[in-house]
Write a protein of this length. Structure first.
Length: 218
């Protein structure tokens, strides 16, 4: 690329993406965003949110099996992600999320200590970070990261949350898009273009239909 090309190149559009590694729908959307980076000038900036934090005031409204997961299993992976970010920078979140999500969603492994250690090793991070799963030492930072995303999008949502530039340069956040399987190529590009389009319309809030298909992991 020449100096002239670099000066005239389209600047990357930032897309802030909040995820919980346990959420299969966030995983599907995250794989779409990685595809978007290949076909549009986009830079995904990864952030952690927490299903446990999101639902801690409404545990009596969810099924018992899901409630138990939120109380126990859900805390470990997000704590490790936050610990990794705080000690090694936000750039490690993308590789760590991919390593965790591949094991949890594609390989069907439990998000336990062994799975987390293997994911850390794949991401090139110290395995000692897995110990963060068993402590609340980083919970204040976890809640702050979670609240940053929720503060943009509102309370009545789930994961993922994506924030993109709005019409006036502000950040507009959405829950989703929820999609399965993750679009690829030009289909991924069109969905991204549509996301930016609705974000540019003041007063736009929601498009939704009932899901009839579960996550399709490819």
């Amino acid at each position: 690329m020449t100096a002239t090309d670099a000066a005239t190149a389209t600047p990357a559009t930032p897309a802030d993406f909040w995820f919980d590694p346990l959420c299969p729908w966030a995983w599907m959307t995250s794989r779409w965003m990685l595809e978007v980076e290949k076909v549009r000038p986009v830079e995904v900036r990864w952030h952690v949110m927490s299903l446990a934090v999101l639902n801690e005031d409404k545990l009596d409204q969810v099924p018992e099996e899901y409630r138990e997961m939120l109380r126990t299993t859900a805390w470990g992976p997000v704590r490790v992600c936050i610990a990794a970010e705080k000690k090694h920078g936000s750039e490690v979140l993308g590789p760590l999320y991919t390593a965790l999500g591949t094991r949890i969603h594609h390989q069907g492994l439990a998000p336990d200590h062994d799975t987390i250690v293997a994911a850390l090793e794949e991401a090139g991070l110290p395995v000692e970070l897995a110990d963060a799963a068993r402590t609340d030492a980083y919970d204040a930072e976890l809640r702050a990261s979670h609240q940053e995303g929720i503060g943009l999008v509102g309370e009545d949502v789930g994961t993922p949350v994506i924030a993109v530039p709005g019409a006036e340069g502000d950040r507009i956040a959405f829950f989703g898009p929820v999609v399965t399987p993750a679009p690829k190529g030009e289909e991924a590009a069109r969905l991204w273009d549509g996301t930016l389009m609705v974000a540019s319309v003041p007063g736009f809030y929601e498009i939704k239909r009932t899901r009839t298909t579960g996550p399709i992991f490819e």
